[in-house]
Ligand binder design. Sequence first.
Ligand SMILES: C[S@@+](CC[C@H](N)C(=O)[O-])C[C@H]1O[C@@H](n2cnc3c(N)ncnc32)[C@H](O)[C@@H]1O
Length: 236
Amino acid sequence: MPIEPARLLLAPDGTPFSETYGDVYHSVAGGHAQAQHVFLAGNGLPERWQGRETFSILETGFGLGLNFMATWLAWKNDAARCRGLEFVSVEKHPFSVDDLRVAHSVWPEFAELVAHLHEQWPRLVAGEHRLVLEEGHVTLRLVFGDAVAVLPTLEASVDAFYLDGFSPAKNPDLWSGELFRSLTRLANPGATLATWSVAGHVRQALQAAGFAIEKRQGFAGKRQMLVGMKAEEPFL
Ligand SMILES: C[S@@+](CC[C@H](N)C(=O)[O-])C[C@H]1O[C@@H](n2cnc3c(N)ncnc32)[C@H](O)[C@@H]1O
């Protein structure tokens, strides 16, 4: 399947915006802070990886890699970090490295990390691209393709899910019961998830797929967000 790259556009307030999906890539209140509040804290990180040999995260929608960089930086700054961090991210419309360079220039805190990411950024060819970072302690498995098609056959043992595929109203494909059942298949016991969406049909589909979920305080202006944990037995 040929890959159709994303095109970097900015909303009037400067937030990266997708013309294809009619949605922004991160909260207008700040991408790094959103990643920390929703995806890291929502999954109990960094605490949950501390003292472990390995920890694996799966994300729907790599986008600008902001969640990945926030996670990588948190891991790097954590003296009690796990030895190996695996980050698997599925992306249907990856950016070119030139667009990433422009987009990333607004986050000086990631400057050192993004230089390594840009160096290893793969050609925009469908399939899995494995980037080995931090002398092999951090692995980024970038899977270019449609998550709907990729997830049912993906191999991974996941401890935390970042659900970040544009809003369910604008991109329902990434929030379906079928997609969530693929996540359940990949989930380790005790695996968690986090997302900024609290849409009713998303909550129901996650529960039907076997996740116990609860609402938490959302990021910035948002009243709520969602966290979840793989239930012992799927709810029927
Ligand atoms: C909100 S952005 C993700 C932001 C990203 N997590 C970050 O930290 O920069 C949503 C992403 O999902 C991707 N996407 C949308 N539909 C997809 C699909 N069916 N399969 C894989 N990726 C998809 C979009 O191309 C976009 O990059």
